[in-house]
Design a protein around this ligand. Structure first.
Ligand code: G4P
Length: 525
């Protein structure tokens, strides 16, 4: 059956999984892909256990550290839906990349380790989702292990994250005594570790088991029933609208490792997760069902495949349909271009799939045309999608090429990697020395590793420690104000900024020079 364009758009569910490292994101992602028969899986699910997905050498760093450094896109079909999972790096040093990825999704799945509860990284990522008002679905994982009490976990959601929740199902015991989940949504009990024929047990009108079963004798079952009763009486009411506007999080319990509760989660998620939503531009909202093509670049990654030395701009389609060779306008420059050097992301032998439409992610081979945040469109009007969050770097290093004969590779490598957005480049005013800024130390290590492996350029990095970066409202500034405590540099767009040694140096400078207006880009976004 062929779907109409609008039906195609409605069948898209595009989400990211947010969690603290080790909560089980990789495990859950893999289970979901298995359910969907994973039409296409590329980039890296993660180097850790799934070696087959690691596509480039620099992923070694990720493997060694057991963290996910890069984001990628995975797509599968289930029940007539086309699901796009955008992977997000779990390590905090890569949060900037993650934040941008969250701009490209329509909902988020938050995984919580039942023993650890809500952890730091989850809080940060949650806030970004909250800011965007996207629906957040909670999966409380590792129920096969002893963890916190489920009511305690719900209280944490409310107290730590400030979000109300509605448990779609409720665990019956945990750890060694985990019997299954009481499914409030489908009115059944799903048994843990049982034959497929016994997997679901029906409930009667009073909410107890409708069939004779040894579980009925168990005090664990009794306790779960009592808790469900409590939830029915005193818990939040189910509300499709509140799920959709992100103020009520549906909560699921399960165990990704034993593949328990994952399918139920997926099926329920697909019913409530939003299809592609209208997106804001500087010229009003863009309807995903509109036939004019539009999209924005949320990520650029060089050398996904070392054999091809390519660079890929990841585009979230916001309206219309992507066609190879189509003509688009790049809003930033107003220039028209043909997407002939482009290809649909992850296209491979099995890509007999339908065209990419609103909600999908495509990758365009790029030779330096795109910048993060760029809008492309076939519409007559030039418009720009909402700005992506920018983060002010806090750590800085001075970088030089070890081998002066290899300046060319050094410059090329730096400029390409900088364009990916994980690292910022600055230059000192007169000597034009290179200074790199990042949110975390790990980004420098990845940078060094990639420069060596992908550009054959070894570098010296001299740490400048943490600094407070402030841009200038008025570019006309007396250069003699620059000194080691308040160093004047230029960014890659030649805008001047100060790198202050610390907050104290910033305040001192401001006291001495009250007329100079300093800008923190974080305040603007
Ligand atoms: P992440 O991507 O969020 O970092 O987590 P990942 O899926 O890699 O899972 C982290 C660890 O937690 C892994 O164990 C994984 O096997 C385990 N895990 C995931 N889901 C469950 C679950 O439902 N129950 C239990 N008991 N464990 C779970 P590891 O020892 O770090 O990895 P490995 O060395 O066993 O591969």
């Amino acid at each position: 059956m062929t779907l109409s364009f609008v039906e195609e758009v409605k069948s898209r569910k595009t989400f990211a999984i947010i969690s603290h490292p080790d909560a089980g994101k990789t495990t859950l992602t893999e289970q979901l892909l298995l359910f969907g028969g994973a039409i296409r899986a590329a980039g890296t699910v993660k180097g850790k256990k799934t070696g087959k997905f690691a596509t480039s050498d620099w992923m070694e760093i990720e493997k060694q550290r057991g963290i996910s450094v890069t984001s990628s896109v995975m797509q599968f079909e289930y029940d007539g839906y086309r699901v796009n999972i955008l992977d997000t790096p779990g390590h905090q040093d890569f949060s900037e990349d993650t934040y941008r990825t969250l701009m490209a999704v329509d909902s988020a799945v938050m995984i919580i380790d039942s023993a650890k509860g809500i952890e730091d990284q989850t809080i940060k990522l949650f806030k970004v989702c909250r800011m965007r008002g996207i629906p957040i679905f909670t999966f409380i994982n590792k129920m096969d292990r002893q963890g916190k009490m489920p009511l305690e976990l719900l209280a944490e959601l409310e107290e730590v994250l400030g979000i109300e929740s509605y448990p779609m199902n409720w665990p019956i015991g945990m750890g060694k005594e985990f019997l299954g989940i009481y499914d409030r949504f489908y009115n059944r009990i799903e048994q843990f570790r049982t034959d497929e024929s016994e997997r679901f047990l029906p409930l009667d009108a009073d909410g107890g088991l409708a069939v004779d079963h040894p579980m009925k004798e168990s005090s664990i079952y009794e306790q779960a029933l009592e808790e469900v009763l409590l939830l029915n009486e005193a818990g939040n009411e189910f509300s499709r609208e509140r799920i959709a506007d992100g103020t009520l999080s549906p909560v699921f319990f399960g165990s990704a490792l034993t593949n328990f509760g994952v399918q139920t989660f997926l099926e329920t998620y697909l019913q409530f997760a939003p299809s592609p939503q209208p997106r804001k531009t500087d010229d009003g909202m863009v309807d995903p069902a509109s036939t004019d093509f539009s999209g924005f670049v949320f990520k650029i990654q060089a050398n996904m495949n070392p054999a091809h030395r390519d660079r890929i701009a990841f585009i979230r389609i916001c309206s219309g349909q992507f066609e190879r060779g189509m003509n688009v306008t790049l809003s930033r420059t107003g220039k028209s271009m043909k997407l002939s050097q482009s290809t649909q992301f992850l296209a491979d032998d099995r890509s007999t799939v339908n065209a990419a439409v609103s909600g999908d992610i495509i990758g365009l081979y790029d030779s330096g045309t795109y910048q993060i945040g760029d809008t492309i469109t076939t519409g007559k009007k030039t418009m720009q999608f909402e700005k992506l969050p920018q983060f002010t770097p806090e750590l800085f290093v001075k970088v030089t090429a070890k081998n002066v004969m290899k300046q060319k590779q050094f410059h090329k490598g730096i400029h390409q990697l900088v364009q990916e957005g994980a690292i910022q480049l600055y230059k000192t005013l007169h000597t034009e020395d290179y200074i790199l800024g990042a949110v975390g130390q790990l980004q420098f290590e990845v940078f060094e590793h990639r420069l060596k492996n992908e550009y054959n350029s070894e570098v010296n990095m001299e740490s400048l420690g943490s600094k407070v970066a402030r841009w200038l409202e008025d570019e006309k500034i007396d250069d003699t104000l620059s000194n080691s405590r308040s160093l004047l540099v230029k960014d890659r767009f030649d805008k001047k900024l100060f790198l202050f040694e610390n907050d104290f140096a910033l305040r001192w400078f401001q006291d001495k020079n009250p007329t100079i207006k300093l800008i923190n880009p974080m305040d603007l976004s």
